[in-house]
Design a protein around this ligand. Structure first.
Ligand code: MOS
Length: 763
């Protein structure tokens, strides 16, 4: 079925700013989240987690915990071992955030692993009993040696290609030879820290049985994986499991697939004969979910004296767990960003005794481009060139690794638009010379880039004789504004008002869809929507041309506009009349969209809760979204305090369907990037995350947020996909860390290669 791209020539709704349709409910507290679910007889759970990084549980003494008034039961591996079947990681063909089963045996694989589930009448009683069980160390352990990070003697370091069979290190030419011959070289090591997702809405689940049917209320951005993964774990028919996510109160990259706590809570609910809800603590969130792992990068960049790159070597290492083949590869972006005839990348993973890391917004690009974009800035300094001029000299219309063209390449357009709006020309090229009273002033920039992702999806649209439409898909509103975009898209293509469209998402009873991730939601769902609307238009047009005011018109030429079917000669027929003629109860279509380059197996994957993200560009072109980040930094000459009074980004991400929500995505990402550069870091100490709360794990708050501006650079790209969409949810955070580090260098002459940049680094 064709996608009606011509409908976007003169759009009525899409492309114009429109506030979020669920915004009023959110800001007035009427919006409900999964843990707001009130069920008859609901019991409350709390977690006991391990206090050693590795070893065995040799005994429990739970008497004090069980004596807490209201405590119903405490579940440990003694109750649950063997009851939950292992399933694989989502990115290894399975469904889970982690293949590790925490209550599967007496083994402790990392600090903070779930070792008991306490269920009580109230959340307070559950937490008190959990404290009794844990804080008095009544759980007894036999501790073993462990590795917790890079260079630990027991860490197992291996090539990523040996961990993940589908991984290939991008390479071309003889990079080491070219590096040895290069006129100018930059060689440096860069590092990024552990970072944890800290959404306002905590991790948790509510499980309720009705006979053999199980309903799960859980914030998740892939409810299909929860359903099918849980079915595999518990030996249930997926049809007997319903997962409802509702709105999601932030995820930052977590809340992805099947969590470790869902099956234990479901089994507790079955054993107790009543629904059980878990809202885990902020502290638990650091070890029962995923995190952005620490990374380190050795970059060697070679260039000619006039600034043409001749060699790039990027050796990267990331942390992962012992039990999952998960690691976020990122040199596919760093190897292909600039023209360079000789590139060698090597990616390694170090397996340690920690919980499995996972995606955090722009999972590979945030750390990997910090390294590359810092090195490019160092090269500009070494060459005495403006950093934007250096990037322009190495701009490329083709990917140096595959030799394929970029479907569009607006990187320098982003730098040009950003430089002008930011006032880049006022920058003194010499570091350390700009001043504002006691503050040293620095201006820095860096590139943002991210490959386009698209997924299959299915969707149902119902159109009533009253002219109202309902759009339904088992996708998710993660806060990105997809509900609004679907309302605008349905309004556009069905010729009705956005207020006449009801959107239903976040429920596995609806037609299957994939995960909300990889900035793929808009690209995937808007194509599905356009296809579904075209199906309805064609059916209505066929019916309307048989008799009545549109009799004899060409059905293919009829358009849905302003509540009517309209012929090119100006004749019209009200939409409600045509619908009622077909069926007074309304008509509906269920549509399945498969992107170009994906086969029926991709559709089957999302229908069975597995991963199916493709590029959508077939094999002809490489499609990326781009951006240029600019930061103004102040460093106090006496205290070393670092402030960022201004961030500006210019972004090109294909067709922008709602500039208002697009800008809000981008500026939110930029503020997060500031936190990523200056604040966020999880402190690891002997296998434990020591700052696992919002008092000590610092995130950027309103007071840290600078004047932040996101410009949208036109990026017409017909080759990427029929609607020219690229997705921009993750584009805003990428490169902010490097832009700030480069600005800090410009202010002070000090190159900080390890994040976060601290006051101490400035003294
Ligand atoms: Mo992302 S953290 O791949 O949605």
């Amino acid at each position: 079925m064709a996608i009606p791209t011509d409908a976007l020539d003169h759009p009525a709704w899409l492309g114009h700013p429109h506030p979020r349709v669920e915004g009023a409910a959110k800001v007035t507290g009427r919006a409900t989240y999964a843990s707001d679910t009130r069920l008859e007889g609901l019991a409350h759970a709390a977690l006991v987690t391990s206090t050693i990084p590795r070893g065995r549980i040799i005994g429990f003494d739970l008497a004090a915990a069980e004596a807490v008034p209201g405590c119903l039961r405490i579940f440990t591996h003694r109750d649950l071992a063997g009851a939950i079947r292992p399933v694989k990681h989502l990115m290894a063909g399975g469904f889970a955030n982690s293949g590790h089963l925490p209550l599967g045996s007496d083994a402790v694989a990392y600090a903070g692993q779930i070792v008991a589930l306490v269920v009580a009448e109230t959340i307070e009683a559950a937490r008190e009993a959990a404290r009794e069980a844990a804080a008095r160390t009544i759980v007894r352990y036999a501790a073993e040696d462990f590795a917790d990070g890079f260079d630990a003697p027991l860490a197992e370091t291996l090539r990523l290609a040996d961990l993940k069979r589908e991984h290939h290190d991008p390479r071309t030419g003889d990079a080491d030879g070219a590096l040895a011959r290069a006129a100018v070289t930059v060689s440096a090591r860069y590092g990024t820290p552990i970072q944890h997702h800290n959404p306002i809405e905590l991790f948790g689940t509510t499980c309720a049985w009705d006979g053999s049917r199980l309903t799960i209320h859980e914030p998740s951005r892939y409810i299909g994986a929860v359903r099918h993964g849980l079915a595999a774990q518990l030996g249930l028919d997926p049809a007997d499991i319903r997962v409802v996510s509702g709105l999601i109160g932030g995820h930052f990259g977590a809340k992805l697939a099947l969590a470790q706590y869902t099956a234990p809570v479901a089994l507790a609910a079955r054993a107790l004969g009543r629904p059980v809800s878990l809202v885990a603590s902020r502290r638990d969130g650091f070890t029962i979910a995923n995190y952005r792992p620490e990374t380190r990068h050795d970059i060697h960049l070679g260039a000619t004296g006039d600034g043409r790159f001749t060699a790039l070597v990027h050796e990267a290492e990331v942390i992962t767990s012992r039990f999952d083949p998960f690691a976020m590869e990122g040199t596919d972006v760093t190897a292909s960003l600039y023209a360079c005839p000789a590139v060698r990348t090597d990616e390694r993973a170090a397996r340690v005794d920690r919980n499995t890391p996972g995606p955090m917004r722009a999972p590979p690009e945030v750390p990997y481009l910090f390294a590359l974009e810092s090195a490019v800035d160092e090269m500009a300094v070494a060459l005495g060139l403006d950093p934007i001029a250096l990037r322009r000299r190495n701009d490329t219309a083709t990917d140096p690794i595959s030799g394929k063209p970029f479907s569009s390449r607006p990187l320098m357009a982003c730098f040009d638009a950003g430089a002008e709006a930011f006032g880049w020309p006022e920058r003194d090229p010499e570091p350390g010379r700009m001043r504002d009273g006691p503050w040293r002033v620095g201006l820095g920039c860096a590139a943002s880039a991210r490959p386009v992702k698209i997924s299959p999806a299915t969707m149902r649209i119902r159109l009533g004789a009253d002219g109202r439409a309902t759009v339904a898909s088992a996708h998710h509103e993660i806060g990105n504004g997809i509900t609004t975009l679907l309302a605008l898209g349905a309004a556009e293509w069905l010729g009705i008002a956005p207020e006449s469209v009801d959107i239903r998402l976040g429920d596995t009873d609806l037609p299957a869809a994939g995960l909300s991730g990889g900035s793929s939601t808009t690209t995937s769902l808007l194509h599905t929507l356009a296809q579904a609307c075209e199906t309805l238009r064609a059916r209505l047009a066929q019916a309307a041309t048989g008799a009545g005011p549109l009799a004899g018109a060409d059905p293919a030429a009829l358009r849905l506009r302003a509540g009517a079917l309209v012929a090119p000669d100006g004749r019209t027929c009200p939409l409600g009349t045509v619908v009622a003629g077909l069926d007074p109860a309304g008509i509906e279509t269920v549509t399945a969209f498969t992107p170009e380059g994906s086969g029926p197996e991709a559709l089957a994957a999302i229908e069975s809760g597995r991963m199916a993200l493709g590029t959508g560009a077939g094999s002809k072109a490489v499609s990326w979204a781009f951006g240029a980040q600019f930061a103004r930094v102040l460093v106090h000459e006496e205290t070393g305090e670092i402030r960022v009074p201004r961030l500006l980004g210019a972004f090109a991400a294909g067709r922008v369907l709602n500039p208002l929500t697009a800008r809000s995505q981008l500026t939110g990402g930029m503020i997060w990037g500031l936190g990523s550069a200056l604040l966020e870091e999880t402190i690891l100490d002997r296998g434990h995350y020591r700052n696992a709360d919002l008092a000590e794990y610092l995130v950027a708050t309103a007071a840290d947020a600078p004047a932040v501006e996101a410009l949208l650079v036109p990026d017409p790209d017909d080759a990427v996909n029929p609607l020219g969409l690229k997705g921009l949810g993750e584009l805003g955070i990428i490169g902010v860390n490097a832009a700030i580090a480069n600005a800090v260098f410009h202010a002070t002459g000090r190159r900080i290669r390890t994040l976060p940049i601290r006051v101490e680094d400035m003294l």
